[in-house]
Design a protein around this ligand. Structure first.
Ligand code: GAP
Length: 550
């Protein structure tokens, strides 16, 4: 199934990805399967690098984050508690004439219209909406379509055995919160990170890998104290100025932590070659936010298919969302599983005891209101909600609370597409005879580049050159992905590496072997982006490269 061609730039990118082995259509020999993509040799390396960089920066390089690797299929009760069974759906409608199926919001958006949401939560198409395939205005009313893939566990295909492929990795983190807390010796504030597959039966997968049905996520759930606890311990909750707020501080509330994670994530993207100019931001409005969310900032990337606004500016499409989700998730799992998800904080207990009565009452009341609000919005009947909220506020006074959470949630595949689109560069070279040739260079940041260095003997029929080149390859191989290439002219080999996005090539020539004695055991190092060359000692090569690629 061919992906509709969005624009020329995307066509070129898709073509290069196939030609050079970054991305293939899944099941291509059987005509493909819509919304599923495979990563070829270069794509697999690129993806691995991106995930490793995320994992390193988010878990290993920090004292306050632990990792998790959970199963894809989990108890269906998890998806009931999270709200996915009841509400994880997109509005879908069909053209009665040509039978084409649409995501109703996208169909409207493509025509400059906005899907109507009625007070009862039901959707309606605005006047004038037509089928973008056959122009008919005979469309069915939008109806919700749950995006979770269903399957059965065990041999019997009955309702009792229904299970879902996870639509996000986040829920496993909440479900394992207590186990991680108890085994990792962490204390709130701390986070749990996970990378893994997620599945969504998207109504209309589109824009190449951007909206797929099988994809990977890199998610962090960062657990923090409720603001009332911070205020009790520190007297007030810190306010932070715009920009990166610096090293985390004990008096940070959800706002400072949210801003911190937005800025940390932008730094991550900058560190792998996506400059601020290529990114955009969408701060969700009150209407867009889920009832329990305090804030959500989406980090966008300006993809070739990203639409322009009326002023001709490209805002971009979502790479990652950073949400302040209050204590909703753990509270839901506490209610649905009946297993307590609160933590005990002795610092809070001690601080609370020393507070003046008015302050205690004020904090108690605010916490009570927040808990009651969450409970009633989640469908708990008013009296029961008030009783539970009273218990929760009393528990707070004794040092117990359900942690709040900041969730930076990124898609691996969208990031890969962003990196590919960002790296893609073409120039046209015309020779003396007027013959033109297009030169493609993938200008990946060395940290993410699939191949870090190409090792090339100047000639393949000179055993001494080959032996030396193989020795250089073997010297570097334990440390990085090296590509040894002895086929064709040196110019052709450089061009091949440029197209693969290899940032450096080293050539082993006769000077390496000592033809000019002062150059013995040195190599020519060539830079991908400007073709500049310099001479480097083999003994210094590994460390020189490691600085660039880490
Ligand atoms: N736990 C929160 C969550 O899943 P989301 O905004 O639905 O939030 C997070 O997804 C990220 O996952 C998105 O920013 C995007 O990068 C990626 N993602 C979501 N749906 C996707 C899809 N159909 N195809 C590719 N990536 C997707």
């Amino acid at each position: 199934m061919a992906e509709p061609k969005e624009n020329l730039q995307m066509e070129k990118i898709v073509s290069l990805c196939k030609r050079r082995g970054f991305i293939f259509q899944s099941s291509e020999i059987y005509g493909g399967i819509n919304g599923f993509w495979d990563y070829g040799p270069l794509g697999a390396e690129l993806k691995r690098n991106v995930k490793e960089l995320w994992w390193n920066s988010m878990t290993r390089q920090r004292d306050d984050v632990a990792g998790l690797e959970a199963t894809i299929i989990m108890s269906p009760a998890i998806w009931k508690a999270s709200g996915h069974v009841d509400t994880f759906s997109d509005p879908m409608c069909d053209c009665k004439k040509c039978k084409k199926r649409f995501r109703a919001d996208q169909l409207c958006e493509d025509q400059g219209l906005t899907l109507i949401k009625n007070a009862d939560g039901k959707f309606a198409l605005p006047e004038g909406t037509k089928c973008t395939s056959c122009d008919s205005k005979e469309l069915t009313e939008p109806r919700p379509f749950n995006l979770m893939f269903k399957t059965y566990v065990g041999p019997v295909e009955s309702e009792d055995n229904v299970a879902y492929l996870r639509p996000e990795t986040a829920q496993a983190i909440f479900a394992q919160f207590k186990n991680v807390l108890e085994t990792s010796r962490q204390k709130v504030p701390f986070g749990i990170g996970q990378i893994g597959k997620a599945f969504r039966n998207e109504v209309t997968p589109r824009n190449y890998t951007f909206r797929s049905r099988e994809f990977e996520q890199m998610e962090l759930e960062f657990f923090i104290k409720p603001d009332e606890a911070i205020e009790a311990i520190h007297g007030s909750v810190a306010t932070v100025a715009a920009g990166h707020p610096g090293e985390p501080q004990p008096n940070w509330g959800w706002q400072a932590w949210h801003q911190y994670w937005v800025e940390e994530r932008v730094r991550f993207y900058e560190g792998i070659g996506l400059s601020r100019e290529t990114l955009g931001f969408h701060i969700q409005t009150k209407e867009e936010l889920a009832h329990y969310a305090r804030a959500c900032t989406d980090i966008l990337f300006k993809f070739p298919f990203s639409k322009k606004d009326e002023q001709g500016n490209v805002k971009g499409d979502e790479l990652e969302g950073i949400a302040a989700r209050s204590d909703f998730d753990l509270s839901q799992h506490q209610r649905f599983s009946g297993k307590p998800q609160h933590v005990f904080d002795d610092e809070l207990r001690q601080a609370w005891a020393k507070l003046p009565k008015e302050k205690q009452d004020d904090l108690w009341r605010r916490y009570y209101e927040n808990r009651k609000n969450y409970l009633t919005k989640s469908g708990v009947e008013a009296e029961a909600a008030a009783k539970q909220a009273t218990d929760d506020a009393n528990a707070l006074a004794k040092g117990n609370y359900v942690p709040h959470v900041i969730e930076p949630s990124a898609g691996v595949d969208r990031l890969i597409l962003a990196l590919i689109a960002n790296a893609y560069s073409e120039t046209t070279k015309t020779d003396d005879k007027g013959k033109s040739e297009t030169i493609y260079t993938m200008k990946f940041h060395p940290r993410v580049a699939p191949i870090k260095v190409g090792v090339l003997p100047l000639l393949k029929n000179k055993p001494d050159l080959v032996a030396k080149a193989l020795a250089v390859r073997d010297l570097l191989r334990p440390w990085m992905n090296v590509y040894y290439d002895d086929g064709g002219s040196i110019g052709k080999r450089y061009a091949r590496q440029d197209e693969a996005g290899t940032p450096f090539c080293v050539t082993i020539d006769f000077d390496t072997l000592g033809e000019k004695p002062e150059l013995l055991d040195t190599v020519t190092l060539r830079y991908r982006d400007d073709g500049k060359q310099e001479r480097l000692k083999i003994s210094e090569l590994r460390d020189w490269l490691l600085v660039k690629i880490r």
